[in-house]
Design a protein around this ligand. Structure first.
Ligand SMILES: Nc1ncnc2c1ncn2[C@@H]1O[C@H](COP(=O)(O)OP(=O)(O)O)[C@@H](O)[C@H]1O
Ligand SMILES: Cc1ncc(COP(=O)(O)O)c(N)n1
Ligand SMILES: [Mg+2]
Length: 645
């Protein structure tokens, strides 16, 4: 049996305390435990059978269940209808061959192995007798008082390398050991106290899961129908998963011929082939979350249910698609009861108002009725229910996360004014599965998915796809944040500008005034005339720069422009003081000069830019003065022969 052994809970009644074994297991499984071993050395056989029956109901196919040592209890519990997947035996317990014979070829049979000789013995057995070995203890632990010396991670690695079957690490494992053990070849980590003796086994299990998974993005599998127009079904799911940070995969339940205006046809491939798709993915890839969408008919539902019972990933979101936004049936009406059964495999259901009415059998005419129906469905299925208000009349689209005890969290929000709502349900449920697999709890996942969907709805119109109800813009957030633009760097832009004004600059260099300035032959009067104009220019330029400071988008830029304004005023004052004041022998008339026509035109250009109120426009007008003067100054200085003064 190719089982998920990654997070393995071994029960300890004493450590579970008042909460009890059943509640502890239920919470830990909800948090992501993949396999549970009932271990109680003190219980009688009869008590063990009772507990197995109870645990099998509590687990409800969400994880595997095995029993430690008591082969007969496993057989007896099975005869009472319990799903007991197998046994875990110690070296001194019943023989693994007897267990295989009693429980059959599909049972999961594990064996404790602590020495190379134990592993040699496993290799000597007929293949398929033992499914996995438990190797330990990793660290000293009190839950197994007679344990052999602790192996540490290095000792585990050595033994695991000798094992012919997957090896689970067990004994005193803390969350900090998980990564190292996985790297050392562990197929899973088995824990007792770290999940039983904690206040919140659900949270602890999630933390272990995350540690096991490491930093990689979650793998999210959509089991849904195809929408060739790209807005709903698996096409929407893959985009939604990617947009929310997951790696998307898709097993196709049905092909639809549809567009934004409606569904023209549905083709359902053989259910066996769906199973083949699901197994192909699961045989190779660790699936962190599943989103289930369109299921077409009862046989497809059964196929998905069987597959989930055998290899359920941590997170299952079921969008009980029955009728599309365009009003077309996507599920046979006689399959609705089967869908309700499947719902009990899910962590979260995301029905719209109509689907909620079908699932609950209640009238759902308004939001309070939706909340009541959702609570009823939650109680009946054991899953949480996200009641969605997209189909409500009015300008609000509330969504509420509801459990068996009532509303957990409710979001209100104004309806976004758009007709592009094709695939909103598909997209939302995929986002939820992805965010949950990224470690968010359900209320956080709902808040995050809603926020993302609303952003995608707001941008939907710009896609302009189709003439019916268009798709949402799944990647709008990414596009708006500029991830796509192949924008040239600021340096490239500036270089291109310099090149584009090369001719103008050559003309400037050739001006008689500049040539005389450069070779030191400029007459004093002409130079003083120029300085007077420059002083007049700087006084106004300082005001323009002050306006740039006022409009600046950041404090850093604000400070730069304010300092530049101050520098321009200081420059003007210095020109007056050093060249233009009467006591240097220069005429006072120069000081009171009128701006020239060119000066006035240039200043008017700058003032117009300042009045535009647009920082970028103003900067574009103001910067050439900085850059061109610097450029010219540098070149004149490089070629200068003497002082101007
Ligand atoms: N016009 C809208 N503005 C804002 N949110 C919307 C709008 N239409 C649908 N939604 C949201 O889209 C999601 C899907 O809801 P709904 O349309 O009720 O389900 P479905 O698409 O399954 O029929 C919900 O979160 C709902 O609140
Ligand atoms: C293949 C497929 N699956 C699901 C939907 C539901 O769409 P919505 O999310 O708008 O309810 C759809 N239209 N097509
Ligand atoms: Mg919708």
């Amino acid at each position: 049996m190719n089982a998920d052994l990654s997070l393995y809970l071994v029960t300890d009644a004493a450590l579970c305390g008042d909460r009890g074994v059943v509640a502890t297991v239920r919470e830990a499984v909800a948090g992501g435990v993949a396999i549970v071993q009932l271990r109680d050395k003190d219980a009688s056989d009869a008590q063990t059978v009772d507990l197995l029956v109870e645990l099998s109901h509590a687990i409800a196919g969400r994880a595997l269940l095995v029993v430690n040592d008591r082969l007969q209890a496993a057989v007896d519990a099975r005869s009472r209808g319990a799903r007991v997947d197998g046994v875990h035996l110690g070296q001194s317990d019943a023989s693994v061959r007897a267990a295989r014979e009693a429980l059959g070829p599909d049972a999961l049979i594990g064996l404790t192995a602590n020495t190379p000789a134990h592993l040699d013995a496993v290799r000597a057995l007929p293949p398929g007798t033992v499914d996995y070995v438990g190797i330990g203890v990793i660290r000293p632990t009190s839950t197994k008082p007679d344990h052999p010396p602790a192996l540490g991670v290095a000792g585990f690695r050595t033994l695991a390398a000798l094992s012919p079957v997957p090896a689970v690490a067990i004994g005193g494992i803390g969350i900090d050991d998980v990564t190292a053990l996985r790297e050392a070849g562990a197929a899973g980590v088995a824990v007792v106290s770290a999940l039983c003796a904690v206040e919140d086994p659900h949270a602890a299990a999630r933390a272990f899961r995350r540690a096991w998974r490491g930093q990689r993005p979650p793998r999210v599998l959509s089991i849904a129908g195809s929408d060739p127009s790209g807005g709903a079904g698996i096409q929407a799911d893959l985009k939604a998963i990617a947009a929310n940070g997951g790696y998307g995969m898709a097993a196709i339940t049905a092909l639809t011929a549809q567009n934004t205006r409606g569904v023209r046809g549905v083709h359902v491939p053989p259910a066996d082939f769906l199973r083949a798709q699901l197994d192909a993915v699961a045989d190779d890839i660790e699936i962190d979350a599943v989103k289930i969408g369109m299921l077409a008919d009862a046989e497809v539902i059964r196929t998905v249910g069987d597959w989930l019972a055998a290899r359920r990933p941590d997170t299952v979101v079921l969008d009980p698609v029955m009728v599309s936004t365009s009003g077309d049936r996507l599920l046979d009406s006689d399959a609705e009861a089967a869908l309700l059964d499947l719902a009990s495999h899910a962590d979260l259901l995301t029905p719209n108002l109509d689907e909620l009415a079908v699932l609950s059998g209640c009238r759902v005419g308004d939001w309070p009725e939706a909340l009541a129906a959702a609570q009823q469905v939650a109680a009946r299925t054991g899953a949480l229910v996200l009641a969605k208000g997209g189909h409500l009349a009015g300008d609000q689209t509330p969504d509420a996360l509801v459990g068996a005890d009532g509303v957990i969290v409710e979001h209100r929000g104004a309806r976004i004014d758009t007709t592009s709502t094709h695939g909103t349900g598909c997209s939302l449920s995929s986002a939820l599965a992805t965010l949950s697999a990224r470690g968010k709890d359900w209320p956080e996942a709902v808040a995050g998915a809603r926020e993302w969907l609303r952003e995608s709805l707001r941008a939907a119109g710009t896609l302009d796809v189709g003439r019916g109800n268009g798709p949402v813009s799944h990647l709008a957030g990414l596009w708006q944040r500029g991830a796509l633009e192949t924008r040239p760097s600021p340096d490239d832009v500036r270089d291109a500008w310099w090149v584009s004004i090369a001719e103008v600059r050559a003309d400037i260099d050739a001006l008689p005034f500049i040539r005389a300035l450069a070779d030191g032959t400029l007459g004093r009067d002409r130079f003083l005339g120029y300085l007077a104009q420059d002083a007049l220019y700087l006084r106004e330029y300082a005001r323009v720069l002050a306006e740039a400071a006022r409009l600046a988008p950041s404090t850093q830029e604000q400070a730069f422009w304010a300092q530049s304004a101050q520098g321009a005023i200081a420059g003007e004052l210095e020109l007056h003081a050093s060249w233009l004041t009467p006591d240097t022998g220069t005429s006072a008339t120069t000081f009171s000069a009128e701006p020239s026509a060119v000066n006035t035109a240039y200043l008017d250009h700058l003032r117009a830019a300042a009045f535009s109120g647009d920082h970028a426009v103003l900067i574009a007008a103001a910067l050439p003065c900085f850059w061109l003067y610097t450029d010219l100054g540098v070149r004149l200085h490089a070629g200068s022969s003497g002082s101007m003064r």
